[in-house]
Design a protein around this ligand. Structure first.
Ligand SMILES: [Mn+2]
Length: 197
């Protein structure tokens, strides 16, 4: 019998701007241990892990005295790399998934394809504000880094929403749900007519 593939990853990345350790297990139970120094980012990553039923540890330090941009983007790079490692064996994965999530007045639509062709559509305007050290426009930079490093195709569309916290949190929850679904083993073989991804 074939041994069950281990679908977890540990990423360490250190630059002159940030120092990040990230562990991801996509067959986990939703346990999150997050400390990035940005409380709102911690809240988003915990929510992502909980709804994706992924185990996620992130210990990150960065030049927050500059602003949050470097750290948020670099966490996106590390999460993208970890996802790529966890899904390197494409055999049997669902590959495609989508989700529509609401949070109070906000509703977002996400769809993903883990077919190995990176593409991001980020169509979610929101108030430009700072939420506890988190500058809302960096949300798009986070997702650009995530997509470029995980090689996934991700479409994010805000249907409606006024409150930036609600819009961003709905996106992170939907990301968890979509990635959980897309990474499940649901079939035999590689899900492509090409025979490889
Ligand atoms: Mn919240």
């Amino acid at each position: 019998m074939k041994e069950k593939q281990k679908r977890s990853s540990e990423i360490r990345r250190k630059t002159s701007e940030t120092n990040i350790m990230l562990m991801l297990d996509i067959d986990g139970s939703g346990r999150a241990e997050i400390d990035t120094g940005i409380p709102f980012l911690d809240h988003m990553l915990s929510s992502f892990a909980r709804h994706g039923r992924f185990d996620l540890t992130v210990k990150a330090k960065g030049d927050l005295e500059v602003d949050c941009h470097h750290l948020v983007e670099d966490v996106g790079i590390c999460l993208g790399r970890a996802l790529a490692e966890c899904t390197r064996h494409k055999e049997g994965i669902a590959r495609f998934a989508h989700s529509i999530i609401c949070m109070d007045e906000a509703q977002v639509i996400l769809s993903a394809d883990l077919g190995g062709r990176p593409y991001l559509r980020f169509d979610a305007d929101m108030p430009n504000e700072v939420i506890k050290g988190y500058h809302t426009p960096v949300t798009e930079d986070f997702f650009r880094a995530l997509v470029a490093n995980s090689f996934m195709n991700l479409h994010i569309k805000k249907d409606v929403g006024l409150n930036a916290h609600h819009i961003i949190e709905a996106i992170f929850k939907a990301l968890g749900l979509v990635l959980h679904q897309a990474t499940r083993i649901t079939q035999k073989g590689i899900p492509s007519t090409k025979g490889s991804i």
